[in-house]
Ligand binder design. Structure first.
Ligand code: APR
Length: 251
């Protein structure tokens, strides 16, 4: 793995146009379970029963009870890990332009990343199903479930449920970043959910190097990505950051 880390550090150090695409795997070391695979949320509950907009419209109480409340408390305790901090450092060093994240946990921003596209929205905010007014999740009184807006409308997390569109501004900007980058770091995603999983293809087709960081291969491995670094994000991203720092000092 050391040789792959050295290779990735040199690839990142050679560009000022790297972009990261991240998924649930980057936050596992912060105590947030993934969606798929061992210990995955969708192994326990059917995502179509609790994470599809039709399910929320049908029974918001159930979705709040079975999914949202539990995720809120896990997210409230989570702290950024070495991988989040490593990407923020690569941005500070001028190599990473932006992070496109599928995660709703806000940990990239907490780690100091400035340019973050929350492709699937955020659990830090709630939105009213009627008047669309937004409010901070931390200010919510969860004595009454589902919580309601002042207008009486039911509040839902400002995330993208299955069956909903990606906010157009996020989609367009992410596609532009993918088409314009020279290196894409794909960190901790199973690359199975569209349209996020399309972004590495856009990058590859535009001539970028696609580097995966994931203990397991994904559908991108060997077909879309140039190479996979088969290790945990915290260890691998931190090692890349350190090596890029050394290379900058000696260049
Ligand atoms: N470091 C890096 N990657 C890891 C680690 C780790 N320590 N541990 C596991 N992984 C990898 C797994 O091998 C897997 O490929 O993280 C990936 C997690 O995959 P998913 O749980 O499918 O998460 P993600 O790809 O982000 O899901 C996409 O699906 O359910 C929806 O909206 C939800 O944004 C989510 C989307």
């Amino acid at each position: 793995m050391q040789d792959l880390i050295e290779r990735a550090a040199r690839d990142v150090a050679a560009t000022r146009r790297a972009v990261a695409l991240t998924g649930a795997g980057i936050s596992i070391e912060s105590g947030i379970p993934p969606f798929r695979g061992p210990g995955g949320l969708w192994e326990k509950i059917d995502p179509m029963e609790v994470a599809h907009i039709d399910a929320f419209r049908r029974d918001p109480q159930k979705v709040w009870d079975l999914l949202i409340r539990g995720m809120q408390s896990v997210l409230a305790q989570a702290q950024p890990n070495l991988a989040h901090r490593g990407l923020a450092a690569l941005e500070d060093m001028g190599h990473l332009q932006a992070v496109i994240t599928q995660n709703v946990d806000g940990l990239h921003q907490q780690a100091g990343s400035r340019d973050v596209i929350e492709f699937h929205g955020s659990f830090a905010w709630q939105r009213c199903m009627v008047c669309e007014r937004r409010c901070r999740s931390a200010e919510l009184d969860l004595a009454v479930i589902p919580p309601r807006c002042d207008c009486g409308g039911i509040l839902r997390p400002d995330c993208v449920f299955f069956g909903e569109m990606i906010p157009p501004a996020h989609l367009v900007r992410s596609q532009q970043l993918a088409a314009g980058c020279q290196v894409m770091l794909v960190v901790g995603t199973s690359a199975t959910v569209q349209p996020a999983a399309m972004l590495p293809l856009i990058a590859r087709d535009a001539g970028a190097l696609v580097i995966e960081i994931n203990p397991e291969p994904t559908p991108l491995t060997g077909s879309v990505s140039d190479y996979l670094i088969p290790g945990p994000a915290g260890q691998v991203v931190a090692a890349i950051r350190d090596r890029v720092g050394e290379l900058k000092e000696t260049s």
